[in-house]
Design a protein around this ligand. Sequence first.
Ligand SMILES: [Zn+2]
Length: 440
Amino acid sequence: MKLRLAGAQVVTMDAKRRVLEGDVVVEGSRIRVVEGGGGRSRTVEVIDCSGMVIIPGLIQAHIHLCQTLFRGLADDLPLEQWLAKRIWPLEAAHTEESVYWSAMLGAAELLLGGTTAILDMETVRHTGAAFAALEAIGIRATAGKCLMDAPSAPAGLKETTEAALQEAADLCAKWHGAAQGRLRWCYAPRFVPSCTGPLLRAVSDLAARAGATIHTHAAETPLELQTVKQETGQDEISYLDAVGISGPRAALAHCVWVDEEGIRRLARQQTNVVHCPSSNLKLGSGIAPVPEMLAAGCRVALGADGAPCNNRLDAFEEMRLAALIQKPRLGSDALPAAQVLELATLGGARALGLEAEIGSIEPGKQADLVVLDLTGPHVVPEDADLVSRLVYGARASDVRHVIVDGRVVVRDGKLKTAKVEEIRREANRHAGSLRKKVGV
Ligand SMILES: [Zn+2]
């Protein structure tokens, strides 16, 4: 099956950061040709993209699809109360079905908004249902069951170390590489305070053996740092490194409270940092020192985090905010648009361990592509710098077509792989019953 996206401006994000006028030809799940204008071939299907802009599919490396049904149920609380009073009880109340529809709702929003790949942390139970949703809706996802085995972990979600690791290994065997490689497994210990040292060490070994990513939270609030210091005697980033949660295989969400030594360690180990600007602002956590991390050579990606702490799952919003929030602190030239677009594409690909497969538009890479209509009043004039228009001006609603793994999943702004009306109805129904169960 061949598909030609014809006549667009193509923001390749290749090594030379070329922007071409031309066509992108997709064969099967791969990009075959990226060419400047008017190429001919026996293409089966042509989508006329003249006047439009094609970018690599956006990648969000920190998402909790299981929380999408909690949107609006936990506003205006600091992290510790947000977790203990709302998120943990709601996660504990989830059923197989509610996890499924929570994932469908989140993935629908992500795809319609131009996010083609995610690193996802589910809850403790029913992660198989989330994978079933991801398989059906067609997004590229690396997802994992949340692991919590510390004595202080919440009763409704706490597991023994053995039970947590056993279910994780079973899910890894079933889903890692499923859907022709579109779905992958990650080991997802929630964060240091809710996990024992033996669990974290085992996760490091198991992930290395499976070739899987490790996905966790780190250094989100000063209280978290204090707790880790009390329990382990170490700074959180060095403790994680000591138990093997570091290096290119690891993705640490937030890293708001890291000092110079922590930044040097993250850079030296090439650990992925996932910056979540909306979530950090909404929970009042702080502003991650992203320009300092990039200057030190850290790998940085972006993510929206979960719906209850954002409340959108919109990569365009995260790009714009990532750039803006640094400027009052460091000056208006901090984190310019071109650097932010790299975080949302190449940086995300690295965090998922998929830099050879996604993150740019080049022959041989997976065909994860987003076609944008940038003619709305908010992105005109059209001869202004294209990357500036993408990062500072564009919105999720500018997305026209989305291709994941060579398959058209959004066409003319409409989801093709699931019925949005059904998702809306089921999401409302299940959110209602979770709210009733928990009493919020
Ligand atoms: Zn999170």
